[in-house]
Design a protein around this ligand. Structure first.
Ligand code: FE2
Length: 263
């Protein structure tokens, strides 16, 4: 992908998001959150791309994927008032649909457009399909890591800000009961990423996010995670209940093993 094509996508994104205006400041925060998230994911994506042997054209494509990955969040929130795909629509599929309808990728070659759309479509699946083209797989892995690395920040900011300043759609509509459920804790202790069927409480959602470390792909992602201390901060937000300490230890052990592997 050429630089001017990336610039066109950037300019389109700015115009596109400006068309989403909510009636109340609290709803508007949800749009603002996703705009900010997109730019931060792009910055992380560029750092990850720089750590790999991508050619300049592939790096440009990686940046474009980052800009496009959550385009579906805007029509999703406008139509359904939630970021919970399970109760609304798959926002990655909606992103693909929106990008096609807007025609913003029409200037790309079929191959580049297909790669970009596949990476966007796959950014939120639980596990990547086994039979993916290796190049597409790498872009999908990149956007999945960059996305997770910024969602950790979003979650921490949500939990540590006063209720009136929170972007309400961050933790979906899960009840804040002050506990994690046992099956969710056991899954994380066993070193497995939680799927959404385990989510019963707001604290399970924090646990789910901690368990994302098991799906992180690149060495540089673990470096960023360690630098930013997200795991320690998120862990401190869990309730003081039996099992939480063991689950967090499993997460820490895994991150440590991945960071040490690089030395
Ligand atoms: Fe997303």
């Amino acid at each position: 992908m050429k630089d001017h094509q990336l610039k066109e996508i950037e300019a389109w994104f700015e115009r596109f998001v400006a068309t989403f205006c909510a009636e109340s400041p609290s709803e508007q925060r949800n749009y603002a959150l996703k705009i900010d998230h997109t730019y931060r994911v792009r910055a992380i994506m560029e750092r990850l791309a720089a750590s790999l042997d991508l050619c300049p054209e592939e790096r440009t494509l990686a940046s474009a994927i980052a800009i496009c990955h959550d385009v579906g969040r805007f029509p999703q929130y406008r139509q359904y008032g939630t970021f919970n795909d399970a109760t609304s629509t798959n926002h990655a599929a909606l992103a693909v649909q929106t990008l096609n309808a807007e025609g913003i990728l029409d200037g790309l070659t079929d191959k580049r457009r297909s790669m970009l759309l596949q990476a966007v479509a796959l950014h939120n699946v639980f596990i990547l399909p086994g039979d993916l083209d290796p190049v597409v797989r790498r872009f999908a892995m990149l956007i999945r890591d960059a996305d997770k690395l910024d969602i950790w920040r979003v979650m921490i900011e949500y939990c540590t800000s006063p209720p009136e300043e929170r972007a309400s759609a961050v933790i979906w509509e899960l009840p804040d009961t002050g506990v994690c459920t046992i099956p969710a804790l056991e899954e994380v202790m066993a070193g497995r990423m939680l799927n959404r069927s385990f989510l019963k409480t707001a604290d399970d959602f924090k646990l789910l996010q901690l368990s994302w470390v098991f799906d992180l792909n690149f060495d540089e992602s673990f470096n960023i995670l360690a630098e930013r201390g997200y795991i320690t901060t998120l862990a401190s937000l869990l309730p003081p209940q039996p099992g939480c300490r063991e689950a967090v230890a499993a997460v820490h052990d895994y991150v440590r093993s991945r960071v040490n592997r690089q030395i």
